[in-house]
Design a binder for this molecule. Sequence first.
Ligand code: NDP
Length: 330
Amino acid sequence: SQFYTLTDYPNGLPDSALFKLEAQTLPDLAEGEVRIRNRWLSVDPYMRGRMSGVRTYVEPFEIGKPMEGGAIGEIIETNDARFKVGDKVSHMGGWRDIAQLPAQGVTPLPDHDVPEQAYLGVLGMPGMTAWTGLNIIAECKPGDNVLVSAASGAVGSLAVQLAKAKGCHVMGIAGAAHKLAWLESLGVEPVSYRDRTAQELSDAIKLASPNGIDVYYENVGGICLEAALSQLNEGARIAVCGMIDSYNAAEPTPGPSNLSQLVIRKAKMQGFIVADHWSSYPYFLNEVAPQVAAGKLVYKETVKEGLESTPEAFLALFEGGNTGKMLIKL
Ligand code: NDP
């Protein structure tokens, strides 16, 4: 089997040379293990945090050890009664072609009429994150004015649609013109952040939402946060899902100059980690999966081909190289 290892912890944007493709002959299956041929691999922004050598909310990748990540595959050998050859499963043995794992860390794919890779995106961790951040953390209500950053990404594109479906007025921040056009087609007011200062972005948000912002779904940080803070309504809620703008920063980044808006607007800002909410995943699936299967909630994927494209796919996340979920097809 082939797998990626990390050769060192990067400072700043990782160089693709830090990712090394290695080969091994897998041992015979131990009791309770399964062997999986991976079909789809996920790369996600949070993986940058695992490359920093310090524990955040998840352990760092170990130098020289197989990297990990979400993956979908098919059981090709099993030593556990819960699985049979041919079963479609999701698990965390990504960044490799064949995974050999204890069966307890492997989950059968739910039975909805969607392509299997949807369980890495709109019906998987990113989708669950959008649903949790919007409903549980930001307590989004019908009629709210909702702003989402990285709005055309895996998390953001479901967050904007869930807010629309609730009857909210929704604004989405994105980079490229084709992403803004997609957001517009979803009934979302598109806002570009490219080549803009925080003040200019703030003005653009005001134009898109003259009645201010009641909910800000934060994926980016940087000027997006500063601009959003200056447009908050009284009692606004900010769900801090991520701050991708700073994940590759080699130096500490300056905070927003206008954090005092939280005081003036009596607003609430709360971070969260989706793993803490995983017990609600069945409720999320019940609500969202039928709508995805029926095409009422839509999603996009950016697909790279072959295991060798995994590092480049990961790095492209930080340059806006994806619309919707970034995936690798094996
Ligand atoms: P995305 O699919 O949104 O991909 C990343 C996108 O972020 C890019 O396409 C790009 O879009 C945008 N982006 C990248 N760098 C910048 C920048 N410097 N400034 C502005 N935009 C930028 O990724 P995900 O949907 O998987 O993740 C979105 C966010 O959610 C991330 O911050 C991630 O860490 C967080 N997250 C948090 C979880 C939690 O439990 N708290 C769980 C899962 C995700 P564009 O072209 O528009 O710039």
